[in-house]
Design a protein around this ligand. Structure first.
Ligand SMILES: [Cu+2]
Length: 510
């Protein structure tokens, strides 16, 4: 059974924001307004992991051009053609502050789609049609803000303007394409970049004293013959993946004995989870998904799902060479192998190769980390409604791989409002996973507070925007619909699941 893609055929059923003109003349002559910082080792060492090049806002504005184009890149397995932002793996880091305006003059510079058949809902297609999502941002989902209903065709341009609230939480965010049907293919290709939103977390003295690294983890999937034209190579969870950090395969990462470094980690992969281990060093997590945690917490392993970000303070104990690795683990029913991701080299504290002017942090913050108005705990008395979402998968002949991913028994329908709620209310949502695989659920615009997982309360009640619902398990969270009316989505961040149906629309009315 085939369904017409309502997004194209039945657009009248959508809110008007979805129909915003996308055209070459929509672009204002954008004058770049940003400070360019070249990619470099923060320690000034030649063979050290480089941070990606960075664009920083000046005078409250970051105005820049981004395009998506096909570029040739050397991967561990050979040369590959990938869809990338500005031809870069990963895209440039954007660094802005709460209260800033982010203006992105986007250009879809990819070739025409070869597809000739009509589009069908929840079947991956049109891999050269795209848009840009600002993952984790607490901004409007409407118009030319974080609007994922846009379809920007090859040759078209679009100007994004995002107003970042003055009290926006400080942490790590990211941008990636989000046009339903081509999300997995484009993100798996490497189209993603980090966004740092500066704020109170950056002013914590122990964090300010530490050098900072960006780690964008990606596992680019090339096409079998040049550019990826079908989702088949992305689909198998156990497909062999070479994870890169900032586009580099198994880089070296240097620290000095006793040093604390602030690592901003982004999992920009498409499907495999990344439990990260770094034996011989200490990991102290201070932020997750752009939101400061209540206090620094030492962890034996950093568990991140596709879409998650973490602010981690890494403390080097003694000189030596250590491995940043993903231990072998089971993702649901699927065994996944150990991966050696980087060599972490701890030098003597006074190694002469590192300039004396380079900051040398040594402390982990001991007290409470900064709080934020939009991250006020959601108490029982504030809850105005409760809902349940059942995550499922069913065999449906004719769908991609004969599989349809569902929420409450239905695959995604762009014309249907699955959740309607009023601005200013708060709800408690229970997720019930009926499948043998974990699904990292991501919600746009408003972060959520995790209450429990598999019935076990999380006393920290962390604020996240992406949280795994355990295989055949449950997760309970609370979310507050604040500041922004409009329509946005909730979906699984295993992106082949999203493209094949595991997504719903949330409509917030003022
Ligand atoms: Cu999923």
């Amino acid at each position: 059974m085939m369904r017409r893609r309502a997004l194209l055929a039945g657009a009248a059923g959508l809110s008007s924001t979805a129909l915003l003109a996308v055209g070459a003349d929509a672009v204002l002559a954008a004058q770049a307004e940003a400070t360019m910082v070249p990619g470099a080792s923060p320690l000034g060492l030649a063979d050290d992991l480089r941070n990606p090049p960075e664009l920083r806002s000046t005078h409250g504005v970051l105005r820049t051009a981004l395009d998506m184009r096909v570029s040739r890149v050397a991967l561990p397995g050979g040369l590959a053609e990938l869809r990338l932002f500005n031809g870069m793996l990963p895209g440039p880091t954007l660094r802005i502050s709460a209260g800033d305006t982010l203006e992105v003059a986007f250009n879809n510079a990819m070739p025409r789609n070869p597809d000739t058949k009509p589009a069908v809902a929840n079947i991956p297609d049109r891999f050269n049609t795209t848009n840009v999502h600002y993952h984790g941002f607490h901004v409007s989902p409407r118009g030319n803000s974080d609007n994922v209903y846009l379809q920007i065709e090859p040759g078209q341009r679009f100007n994004y303007v995002l107003q970042i609230p003055k009290d926006h939480p400080a942490g790590n965010y990211w941008y990636h394409p989000h046009r339903h049907g081509s999300v997995a293919a484009q993100v798996a290709s490497g189209a993603a970049g980090m966004v740092v939103i500066r704020g109170a977390l950056d002013d914590v003295p122990e964090i300010r004293q530490s050098i900072e690294r960006i780690l964008v983890l990606q596992a680019p999937v090339p096409g079998i013959d040049g550019l990826l034209k079908a989702e088949d190579p992305v689909w198998p969870l156990d497909a062999e993946r070479n994870f890169l950090i900032n586009g580099q395969f198994r880089p070296r990462i240097y620290l000095r004995e006793g040093e604390v470094q602030h690592w901003r980690v982004l999992h920009a992969g498409d499907a495999q989870f990344l439990p990260l281990a770094l034996d011989g060093l200490e990991l102290h997590e201070v932020g997750r998904d752009g939101n400061p945690l209540p206090a620094a917490r030492q962890v034996a392993q950093l568990d991140i799902a596709p879409g998650n970000r973490a602010n981690v303070l890494v403390k080097a104990l003694k000189p030596g060479v250590f491995r940043l690795r993903r231990p072998a683990f089971m993702q649901g029913k699927q065994p996944l192998p150990e991966l050696h991701l980087a060599d972490v080299v701890v030098l003597a504290a006074a190694d002469p190769r590192i300039g004396k002017e380079i900051p040398f942090g040594r402390e982990i913050p001991k007290g409470a980390l900064p709080t934020n108005t939009i991250l006020r705990p959601i108490a029982d008395a504030e809850i105005t409604g409760r809902r349940q979402f059942v995550l499922g998968a069913s065999d449906v002949k004719g769908y991609f791989r004969d599989t349809e991913f569902t929420i409450n028994g239905k695959p995604f329908d762009p014309g249907r409002d699955d959740v309607r709620a009023r601005l200013g209310t708060a709800e408690e949502w229970t997720f019930v996973n009926k499948t043998p695989f974990p699904h990292p659920i991501h919600i746009h615009v408003n972060p959520f507070q995790v209450i429990s997982s598999n019935g076990v309360p999380d006393p920290r009640r962390p604020w996240l925007d992406t949280c795994a619902v355990p295989a055949a398990g449950t997760m309970v969270m609370r979310t507050r619909f604040t500041d922004f009316a409009g329509r946005y989505v909730m979906h699984c961040h295993i992106l082949p699941h999203e493209d094949t149906g595991m997504m719903i629309n949330i409509s917030i009315e003022s």
